[in-house]
Design a protein around this ligand. Structure first.
Ligand code: AMP
Length: 385
């Protein structure tokens, strides 16, 4: 079976290979099963969330060529829920099977320097930034960007990890020492009015689909709440979609890509990050759209047609993070209107994403702050902690 020949969709029972055993792989596999596909996951541990719901799995290290070969042999197409796979690993997989999204997209998204350079090259606005390879670069960056600014690792940062907010010159040494691996990027602090994201899908034949713009709120660097649609003007929504489309076309995407953006204080959009996979801020689509982000992702990578991502309801998504949120589970499952999604993780460590709930509202009926909190029931009081 060769997906590279355009327009050829994989038939039912074809095997989708998913790299990564986390919750995004788990929910991708569940969507794939609904479309009649088989799934085979590459995961680090036999009890990982994704492994629990697939037909078969390869368990091993993602940087072991033998493991990657075994995995590729078992599947018809390769996709990802986890991007930090080595360049050599990507090349190996690409030699053996069609890989969507392509290795070149993953390489861009794995590295903040490449990502920002690429985005700039296609005219997508980003926050002012400077690369910091040596300690002396940091002085220069501080001078150019001014205080406060954010120092980030170029690689392997997620959920606010690998970041340091530099308040003044007295923190430069500590910030530089603390963060690794190097190099780092220094980013001007954006005085944002809101954080938003767009999930964009692109099919084998170039069809682009954008889900409605999502409004996102973080607590301690971790996504806490998403609201759909974002409470921004229709013009800004159209602009966000335009940027997402430009990125999807610019990287020749086949699959799904999450684009995180800041809405600046003057109403301008700046792209923060791209992630070529289903995204936490798109989880509301599972219940508020006929075809959610995971189904769209699977459709895109298997060559199936991409339906319009019609949203039939407004929605709020709340992450269940760590032991405190999980302690509320008995109340969550009996609460009216909370649609639960748990990821099958045995241990609720602090800061660990354990699941999420979606709450739906009639289309156009997304309430204000008070209504959102009221609708979250047992989870309401905890949104500010
Ligand atoms: P990131 O790991 O880049 O997605 O950053 C995690 C969170 O840190 C973002 O969702 C923002 O809330 C915040 N953040 C990151 N970069 C900036 C920036 N340049 N200015 C202001 N806040 C930022």
């Amino acid at each position: 079976m060769n997906l590279k020949s355009k327009g050829v969709a994989l038939p039912p029972n074809a095997v989708i290979g998913i790299v990564g055993g986390g919750q995004l792989g788990r929910m991708s596999a569940m969507a794939a099963a609904s479309l009649g596909f088989r799934t085979h996951i590459l995961a680090g541990k036999p009890d990982d969330p994704g492994v629990q719901v697939v037909n078969s799995a390869t368990i091993g290290r993602f940087d072991d060529p033998e493991v990657l070969k075994r995995f590729a042999t078992a599947v018809d197409v390769v996709t990802f829920e986890f991007e930090n796979i080595s360049a050599a690993g990507l090349d190996l997989l690409s030699e053996l099977k069609p890989v969507h999204p392509s290795g070149s997209i993953l390489r861009i998204s794995q590295d903040r320097e490449q990502e920002k350079t690429f985005l700039g090259s296609i005219g997508v606005p980003v926050a002012p930034w400077q690369i910091v390879r040596e300690r002396s670069d940091l002085d220069l960056a501080a001078e150019t960007l001014g205080y406060p600014f954010i120092l980030k690792t170029t690689r392997l940062g997620y959920d606010g990890k690998g970041q340091f907010r530099v308040r003044d010159a007295s923190q430069l040494d500590e910030a530089f020492e603390k963060l690794s691996p190097k190099p780092l990027v220094a980013e001007g602090m954006v005085d944002f009015a809101m954080e938003v994201s767009v999930m964009v899908a692109r099919g084998v034949e170039g069809t682009v689909r954008c889900f409605d713009v999502t409004e996102n709120r973080h607590v301690s660097g971790i996504l806490d709440l998403s609201l759909a649609p974002a409470r921004i003007s229709t013009e800004l929504m159209a602009e966000a979609h335009k940027l997402a489309r430009r990125i999807a076309e610019g990287v020749d995407l086949v699959g799904l890509l999450g684009v995180e953006m800041f809405v600046g204080s003057k109403g301008e959009l700046l792209v923060n990050e791209i992630a070529p996979r289903p995204h936490n801020s798109g989880h509301w689509t599972m219940d508020a759209c006929a075809c959610g982000q995971f189904e769209m992702h699977i459709r895109a990578v298997t060559g199936l047609p991409l339906p319009e991502p019609v949203r039939h309801s407004d929605a709020v998504m709340k992450n269940l993070v760590g032991p405190n949120d999980m302690a509320l589970w008995p109340e969550i499952v009996v609460a009216d209107g909370l649609i639960p999604h748990l990821y099958g993780k045995r241990e609720a460590r602090v800061g660990r994403k354990m699941g999420h709930v979606n709450v739906l509202f009639p289309k156009g009926g997304l309430p204000g702050e008070f209504g959102v909190q009221a609708a979250l029931g047992p989870l309401a009081a905890r949104t500010e902690d």
